[in-house]
Unconditional design. Structure first.
Length: 449
């Protein structure tokens, strides 16, 4: 047990010593304009230092060992050549550094974990932008410009040639849609390009220019660091991409006696307002198509096709419908199609009561009202027993309050005739009796003769 604990303790000490040893190994690069910029490639144990100019560039090395031997290489660490250094205890320094060269110390203390240093003079590769041109199509845009951006490379100790990624900033304006406010508003966009400034297509969602805009290009990250960043502004880019959003408002009777209209199904006749919103003035042509979704090839045979931003359409037949808006720019090369809007029209139904009690229980069965849905046409007559017309209506949402000429009719049996046509083509021809229930004690009642 004791031996096990001792082994664990020794192992922990060795691990801590190894960590301390790696941390104790340190390269410091100075010189040039400003402070050098460092990128680290941990997988290849190499640190790439960017300096601005090679004046007074030095590399210092510090470790726990005073036995330092410097080397440099162009492509592979194995193809090295020794470099003389100035030694001062555990620290050494080398001068007369060459750009585009790798350096390292062969130190017995770090035989397996040594790091390497690569030097790049950024002043030789600085981004000297003069002009840019913006090119675009329906799903994105990119930049073209002069002069070309020179590549920066370094070699890993094993001889692999790796490119340095340069980050450039692009700023421009687009439009952003708000579902809450139902309109497009200006939006400033800033993007970072990591694969070079030219010919890199920007086509992420919500970043394509939806309005005419200037584009500003600046960079790169090394130029920012050294305070020599360049920026250039393009001529105004004429946007071509379009985007569309839609919403609806249904105009249907909200009668208490209608059994469809607020849920999944609407009761016919239902007039629906369809509204399309696009990035005007880039979007110039609007087209609405309405088709049956419950028939074969319904989309290929639209019921109607309107060329307008807003349309009203009245649905009179039972079925499942789709409405889709399409917008395009002036040339027609760019087109956007909205999400489909589904409209479902209910089948018809008609239920007729057989009694009501006007003037006795306000709000409770005090009117003659049918229960219905999806009646495209409707006619109702009510007669007394001598055939005198007491009531007539063409609206199933309306009800008879049991009055004639502003006065209640006498209680008793009356007769109705109802003719209606449903959204599903069903024809209703209903005849029957209706009982009026109320006591004969109201002064304004009509006494039948």
């Amino acid at each position: 047990m004791l031996r096990t604990e001792i082994r664990k303790l020794v192992g922990l000490i060795c691990l801590l010593f190894a960590v301390w040893a790696v941390q104790a190994q340190q390269y410091t690069v100075t010189g040039g304009k400003g402070t050098p910029y460092m990128l680290e490639n941990q997988g290849n144990r190499i640190r790439v230092y960017f300096v601005y100019g090679m004046d007074n560039v030095e590399i210092r090395y510090t470790s726990s060992s005073a036995n330092h031997q410097w080397y440099r290489y162009k492509q592979k660490a194995l193809e090295r050549e020794p470099v003389s250094c100035e030694q001062n205890g555990a620290t050494s320094v080398i001068r007369n550094i060459e750009e585009g060269t790798g350096y390292y110390v062969e130190d017995p203390a770090y035989a397996l974990n040594g790091w390497y240093v690569w030097i790049i003079d950024y002043s030789r590769y600085a981004f000297q932008v003069e002009q840019i041109t913006v090119k675009g199509n329906c799903d994105g845009f990119w930049l073209e410009g002069t002069p070309a951006v020179p590549g920066m490379y370094y070699y890993t100790p094993s001889g692999s040639r790796l490119a340095v990624k340069r980050e450039f900033d692009v700023a421009y304006q687009t439009l952003e849609w708000s579902d809450d406010n139902r309109y497009f508003s200006p939006k400033n966009v800033q993007r970072t390009l990591t694969d070079g400034p030219y010919s890199v297509k920007i086509n992420d969602n919500n970043t394509i220019p939806l309005c005419d805009t200037e584009v500003t290009l600046s960079g790169d990250q090394f130029a920012k660091h050294f305070g020599v960043e360049k920026s250039v502004v393009s001529d105004t880019y004429q946007a071509v991409a379009v985007e569309v959003h839609v919403d609806t408002a249904a105009i249907v009777d909200q009668a208490e006696n209608m059994t469809a209209g607020e849920g999944e199904y609407l009761s016919a006749p239902a007039t629906v307002t369809f509204r399309a919103y696009a990035n005007d003035p880039v979007a110039t042509l609007y087209t609405w198509k309405i088709y049956r979704n419950d028939v074969e090839n319904g989309a290929g045979n639209p019921l109607v096709e309107y060329r307008n931003e807003e349309i009203d359409y009245t649905f009179t037949e039972k079925g499942d419908y789709m409405a889709v808006a399409t917008v395009s720019n002036a040339t027609g090369e760019c087109e956007a199609v909205s999400n489909p809007i589904e409209i479902r029209i209910a089948e018809s139904d008609l239920q007729i009561p057989n009694a009501f009690s006007p003037g006795t229980t306000p709000g409770i069965n005090d009117e003659f009202r049918v229960a219905y849905k999806s009646l495209v046409t409707y006619k109702c007559w009510i007669f007394n027993r001598w055939g005198v017309q007491m009531y007539h209506s063409t609206n199933p949402a309306e009800g008879w309050d049991g009055k004639k000429g502003g006065k209640y009719v006498a209680p008793g049996v009356y007769f109705y005739v109802i003719e209606a046509v449903g959204s599903d083509g069903i024809k209703y021809n209903k005849k029957g009796s209706i009982n009026i229930l109320r006591p004969k004690k109201i002064d304004d009642e009509i006494i039948e003769q």
